[in-house]
Design a protein around this ligand. Structure first.
Ligand code: TXA
Ligand code: MG
Length: 342
C-alpha cells in the first residue's frame, strides 16, 4: 500500500478535506493530528474499517479504541445513557484532552469496544482533527498512531516512521501540543475513576465532579492475577528499543551513575541547566518545574534516543504533580517500572 502524506498547506484546499473524508467513509485508515498525540483513524461504525487499525498497529484484539466526535450531539447515539457527571465534564473539558468511558449503545461496532459493554469517547480540540471528523461525517475510532508498544507519535514524521506502507494517508498538522495521550476517566465504576492521567489533571476533574478515584495501575505494575480496569494496562507500552531507568535523587548521584555507564551507549534525560554535568549525550525535558513541557517532549525524546542507537537511557525523575502524573505514568511503563534511588 502506498501511504499518501498530506502537508499542512494542502489542507487549506477544500478538495483535500473532501478526499480525506471520502477515504474514511470508504473504510480507509488515516493518521490524523490531535492536540494530544497523532491518532490512527477509521470509521467507528464499520467493523471492517476498525479491524484494519488493529492490523496496521499490531494491536491486541482485546484492547478497545477511543471514539472521536466533533459535537456533543454525536455522543448520544454512541452510548446508552449520559450521566449528569459526563455532561459536567464535557461542558468543562471538551473539546480537549479528556476521554470519558460510558455504557455503550449498539451503534458502536464490536471491535471498537473489544467485547466490553462500555465505550470511550473524546472530542479533540485540534482544528485539523475537528475538520476531518466533520468532513468524514462519522465518529472516528482512533488509537495512537504508533506501532503497538512503541512511544506515541507527536509529529507526522513519527507516524511516517511507524506506519509508512501500512495505511492510506498521513495528515500533517504540526507537533502535538500536549504530547501525551488524553486523560481517561470512567463513569462506569461505582465512583468515577481515573484510568490514565493526561493533559487534564486529577485536580481539574475533582474540581468539576467531586470525588474521583485514582486507579491502582496508574503508578503500579499490574499484579499477575489482577484484572485491569482498562485492557490497555496489561500491555507493554511506550517502550523505546533502549532500556529505560528512572533515577530518583539529586544531580550528583545521577552524574555518578551516568559516569559508571558506557557513555557511548547511555543517554541521559535531564532538566535545563544540568546538561554540562554529564559526559554523556543529554536530552533536556525542559525546566525541572514545568511538567507541561516534560509532557510535550517525552515521546519525541524517547524516539530520538532510539534513532541514535543508545541502548540505555537514564531519566532524572521528574515531579509527578499536575500534568507530571501523566509523564510519570508513561515513564514508568517505558522503564518497565525500573526505578532506583541514588
Ligand atoms: O489522546 C488520546 O487519547 C489518543 C488520541 C489519538 O486521541 N488516543 C489514544 O488511544 O491514546 P489508545 O488506543 O492508544 O489508548 C486508549 C486507551 C487504551 O489503554 C484502552 O485500553 C483504553 O483507552 N480504553 C479504550 N476503551 C476503553 C473502555 N471501553 N474501557 C476501558 N478502557 C478503554
Ligand atoms: Mg496508545
Amino acid at each position: 500500500m502506498i501511504t499518501e502524506f498530506i502537508k499542512t498547506e494542502d489542507l487549506s484546499r477544500e478538495e483535500t478535506l473532501v478526499r480525506i473524508g471520502e477515504t474514511l467513509r470508504n473504510d480507509g485508515i488515516v493518521a490524523i493530528p490531535t492536540e494530544t498525540v497523532y491518532g490512527l483513524a477509521a470509521n467507528a461504525l464499520s467493523d471492517e474499517a476498525v479491524k484494519k487499525i488493529f492490523t496496521a498497529k499490531g494491536r491486541p484484539q482485546d484492547n478497545p479504541l477511543i471514539v472521536h466526535i466533533g459535537e456533543l450531539d454525536e455522543l448520544y447515539p454512541l452510548v446508552s445513557e449520559v450521566p449528569e457527571k459526563a455532561l459536567m465534564l464535557a461542558q468543562k473539558f471538551w473539546p480537549g484532552p479528556l476521554t470519558i468511558i460510558l455504557k455503550k449503545s449498539d451503534a458502536v461496532c464490536e471491535s471498537v469496544s473489544a467485547g466490553l459493554d462500555t465505550v470511550a469517547v473524546r472530542m479533540p480540540s485540534h482544528p485539523v482533527a475537528r475538520a476531518i471528523i466533520k468532513a468524514s461525517g462519522v465518529p472516528l475510532a482512533a488509537p495512537s498512531a504508533n506501532v503497538s508498544g512503541k512511544p506515541s507519535p507527536t509529529t507526522a514524521e513519527h507516524v511516517l516512521h511507524d506506519m509508512n506502507g501500512r495505511i492510506d494517508m498521513i495528515v500533517d498538522g504540526g507537533e502535538s501540543a500536549v504530547g501525551v495521550e488524553s486523560t481517561v476517566i470512567t463513569l462506569c465504576t461505582e465512583k468515577p475513576r481515573l484510568l490514565r492521567p493526561g493533559g487534564i489533571t486529577l485536580e481539574q476533574l475533582r474540581s468539576v465532579i467531586g470525588e474521583v478515584e485514582l486507579d491502582n495501575a496508574v503508578f503500579n505494575e499490574l499484579q499477575k492475577n489482577e484484572k485491569p480496569s482498562s485492557p490497555g494496562m496489561k500491555y507493554k507500552h511506550y517502550s523505546p528499543d533502549a532500556d529505560v531507568l528512572i533515577v530518583r535523587g539529586d544531580l550528583s548521584g545521577l552524574v555518578k551513575l551516568a559516569e559508571s555507564c558506557d557513555k557511548d551507549r547511555t543517554a541521559v534525560f535531564c532538566f535545563d541547566g544540568e546538561e554540562a554535568s554529564f559526559p554523556n549525550k543529554t536530552y533536556s525535558l525542559g525546566d525541572r518545574n514545568d511538567p507541561v513541557e516534560h509532557a510535550h517532549r517525552i515521546f519525541d525524546l524517547l524516539r530520538k534516543a532510539d534513532e541514535e542507537n543508545f541502548t540505555k537511557i537514564l531519566v532524572h525523575c521528574p515531579p509527578k504533580d499536575g500534568v507530571g502524573m501523566a509523564v510519570m505514568n508513561r515513564l514508568l511503563r517505558a522503564a518497565a517500572f525500573n526505578v532506583i534511588e541514588v
